[in-house]
Design a protein around this ligand. Structure first.
Ligand SMILES: [Zn+2]
Length: 491
């Protein structure tokens, strides 16, 4: 198992490898790339694939996904692009006319709306069935009275924010059961493998390692825990990197995840300076002492810690807590930084787990409420220059689980005809791709046989970054191997 010969492939130069001119052959045995060279003998009995001159990179990683929500999001009403609360209400009304019954929608972004969503507006069109509308950034939800009742939340006029929402979300199945069966997961993971992905870090809330015993996966999954699962994780003796008991080798323990502050759209990202619209400066989700206690507990028990920090004050607090405890791991999002904070991240050896597609979504709201700090938003170039290890992700379903969208957004910081937004912070295609391969660099002998065979050269020269981004977004993947096994093939 996990053995094959991959002939006639070009190794994409991402550093760390010896460098190969022209097509080569790869021999994969025992799930490992054993040998690379020209005209290699095929060991007896090995499957053989002709790469036909295609380009090979290490299997891609998305280091920030919410797999259950991503699996469910295909079954939820897509409300992205809604321009106002009234627009959302009319879309919900149209949907309910055809599909009466409980409804979960997702994707609205109220950052640029001029009126506020109200419970009364939803009650007017849905007095009897629960309606739950999850914000595109996940940091609040807009519910009608029936849904508030069903989730045991106090009645109110406006939306449910941050911690109160996170706690309620774990009971959303009581309102509407999405299909997150092992079969639905399998289909979702197969679509993911078809993009060249060999692994994801699953930062889903409300799951336990035991949930993975029922699922089989063609790709690697690092499964996180939150504070509420930390005691059980410690009691089970699970450390980051351990195979989850009862699961295949591909399913391993990931980090402890902490959501230390909010988001820009929900105006809860915790900043050093006030927002320009007078809405305050955001807020932390826990005290500094609690943050430090969690980091310390995770670290002492062998867990990496992944700390969500979007505002610069949240990042400041997080860095102080890592420094004080010696904890290791990543800052998630790192959306607003000072140059000094980036240097501190480098000194502490913390990874920046960033989601470039968020800059496409947050460009306008940042200009509106953080106009004085746009040059410090999504500052990927500073991170690379200062020696911070950067890893790319999607935060799916906040943006689609698509590594090519993330890579393209890092290379060309625009989703439309406008020029790139702070192009000085863009990455090259090589840097963005190298940030997507779990630190493997170029394909080399001795690495796990997690490989993606691409139909086009991802580092091809283009006249400008817009053209490069379009080519990267359209990338097609001929073959994905994970531990030498075929996770996807179009060959
Ligand atoms: Zn997330």
């Amino acid at each position: 198992m996990g053995d094959c010969v991959l002939r006639n492939v070009r190794i994409v130069e991402l550093g760390r490898g010896p460098g190969w001119a022209g097509p080569v052959d790869l021999v994969v045995e025992q799930g490992v790339v054993q040998n690379i060279g020209h005209g290699l003998e095929r060991p007896l009995g090995l499957e053989e694939y002709d790469g036909d001159g295609r380009w090979v990179v290490p299997g891609l990683w998305d280091t920030h996904v919410h797999l259950a929500q991503w699996t469910a999001s295909g079954q939820r009403l897509d409300l992205s692009g809604s321009e106002s609360p009234e627009h959302v209400v009319s879309r919900v009304r149209d949907h309910l006319a055809e599909h009466p019954g409980p409804l979960v929608g997702r994707g609205h972004r109220l950052g640029t709306w001029t009126t506020s969503p109200t419970v009364a507006a939803l009650d007017a069109i849905a007095p009897d069935v629960p309606v739950v509308l999850i914000a595109g950034d996940g940091h609040h939800a807009w519910l009608n009275s029936r849904a508030l009742e069903r989730l045991g939340l106090p009645l109110r006029d406006g939306v449910v924010l941050e911690n109160e929402w996170y706690e309620a979300y774990t009971r959303i199945e009581e309102v509407l059961e999405p299909d997150v069966s092992p079969e639905a997961y399998r289909r979702m993971l197969e679509r993911t493998a078809a993009l060249g992905i060999a692994g994801v870090v699953d930062l889903e809330k409300g799951q336990t390692p035991a949930d993975w015993e029922r699922r089989d996966s063609p790709i690697r999954v690092r499964v996180s825990t939150y504070a509420d699962g930390l005691d059980a994780t410690i009691a089970a003796g699970l450390r980051t990197g351990d195979v989850l008991p009862g699961s295949p080798d591909l399913i391993t323990m990931g980090p402890l995840k902490i959501i230390s502050d909010g988001s820009i759209n929900t105006r809860t990202a915790w900043c050093c300076e006030e927002y320009a619209d007078g809405s305050g400066s955001g807020a932390p989700n826990q005290t500094s002492a609690e943050l430090e206690r969690l980091l310390d507990a995770g670290h002492r028990h062998g867990l990496d810690v992944a700390t969500h920090a979007i505002g610069d004050l949240a990042l400041q607090e997080a860095l102080a807590a890592y420094d004080a405890t010696g904890a290791v791991g990543s800052i998630e999002h790192v959306q607003l930084v000072t140059r000094q904070q980036v240097r501190t991240m480098a000194r502490l050896g913390l990874r920046a787990s960033v989601q470039p597609a968020h800059l496409l979504d947050d460009r306008d709201i940042t200009e509106l409420i953080w106009p004085d700090r746009t040059e410090r938003s999504f500052a990927f170039r500073w991170m690379i220059e200062d020696g911070v290890e950067v890893t790319l992700g999607s935060d799916a379903p906040v943006s689609p689980l698509d590594p090519w969208l993330a890579i393209a957004a890092a290379v060309h910081r625009s989703a439309d005809e406008r020029p790139a937004w702070h192009a000085e912070q863009a990455l090259t295609a090589r840097e963005a791709l190298a940030a997507s391969v779990d630190g493997q660099g170029s394909v080399h002998a001795g690495m796990p046989a997690d490989l993606a065979l691409l139909d086009a050269d991802p580092l091809a020269e283009h006249p400008d970054t817009a053209t490069a981004a379009a080519a990267l977004r359209g990338m097609s993947v001929a073959l994905t191997l994970v531990a030498g096994e075929v996770a996807h093939t179009a060959l």
